[in-house]
Write a new protein. Structure first.
Length: 301
């Protein structure tokens, strides 16, 4: 694994690279709050088959935070990513993108589709914000619904901001203990990836991503609804969907109907996996990557 730093429009961008230069390239984009190291388990397993380039998105990990909210707009983010890949001399490549990163990947494929051979989305690229808010608002009227009624951009920003502000641990060890409770297989790779998205501030362990970045990301996804570009996507996309928590199945089922009716994406559910499904079921995700990309493996980046 090699850590790299480049400069794009005077902003520092960090990434990690695994594998030899002559292998097909797999570009990884993480979700909100994570970093390029969130793909470490996948990369360590596949580094003999792919050249894996994982990038810290702006304001995440060691990539600089952008100066204005407008710079996080999806069209500008796709341009930012194009410039990053150009700087790294990436030709044709495969995508592996999680959550918020999956939305960026789809917008990139719409603008620069000729560069992408195939894309795999990890529990992302199917949540249209307005549709999500309507579903949750209806569910919140039911007496057995225990989740917050996040039925608007403003409420999502408020809920996310509160979550970010309340994220605090007295030490790295306390953080690791709590983080490890979320995963059946807590190991050194996950520990390294977890440490990469926090920092020590005034003696406390806090998230690197701040509430301003979170607000900008949420707004950008709401302002560029993913379902508006469905008809402009090719049939070279595999969407892997989490099945936990079970209460969210009704939300996902409704959102996925839009995907099924308006795209040619292949959709698979990953059992016993929550939103970080590549952490919950890394072996299953690796198997899906190998099978979906196998017939194109002769194409070099």
């Amino acid at each position: 694994m090699k850590e790299i730093f480049i400069s794009i429009n005077h902003y520092c961008v960090r990434g990690h690279i695994w594998g030899a230069n002559n292998l097909p390239t797999l570009v990884c984009l993480h979700g909100l709050g994570n970093t390029s190291l969130s793909f470490i388990e996948i990369a360590e397993e596949l580094k003999g088959e792919y050249r894996i380039i994982s990038i810290d998105l702006p304001g995440h990990g060691k990539s600089a935070k952008l100066d204005t909210e407008a710079e996080y707009e999806m069209r500008k983010m796709t341009t930012w990513l194009y410039q990053v890949l150009e700087e790294l001399n990436v030709g044709k490549f495969y995508f592996l993108a999680h959550s918020y990163g999956a939305d960026i990947a789809l917008h990139f494929m719409k603008e620069f589709g000729s560069q992408v051979i195939k894309g795999i989305l990890l529990d992302g690229g199917y949540t249209t914000k307005e549709h999500f808010y309507c579903i949750v608002d209806e569910l919140a009227t039911k007496p057995d619904w225990e989740w917050p009624n996040i039925n608007s951009v403003e409420k999502e920003i408020h809920y996310t901001t509160e979550s970010f502000h309340s994220f605090e641990y007295p030490s790295y060890e306390a953080f690791y203990i709590e983080e490890g409770k979320s995963y059946r297989d807590w190991n050194e790779d996950k520990k390294a990836a977890s440490k990469d998205y926090v920092k020590k501030v005034d003696g406390k362990i806090r998230l690197i991503v701040d509430s301003e970045v979170a607000r900008s990301v949420i707004k950008s996804m709401a302002q560029s609804p993913i379902n508006k570009i469905y008809s402009q996507l090719e049939d070279n996309i595999l969407l892997l969907v989490a099945t936990l928590p079970e209460e969210f199945t009704i939300i996902n089922d409704t959102l996925l109907e839009d995907v099924k009716n308006n795209t040619k994406m292949e959709i698979k559910r990953i059992e016993e996996a929550a939103h970080m499904l590549h952490w919950d079921q890394p072996a299953v995700v690796i198997k899906e990557i190998r099978e979906f990309l196998a017939k194109d493996i002769f194409i070099k980046s």
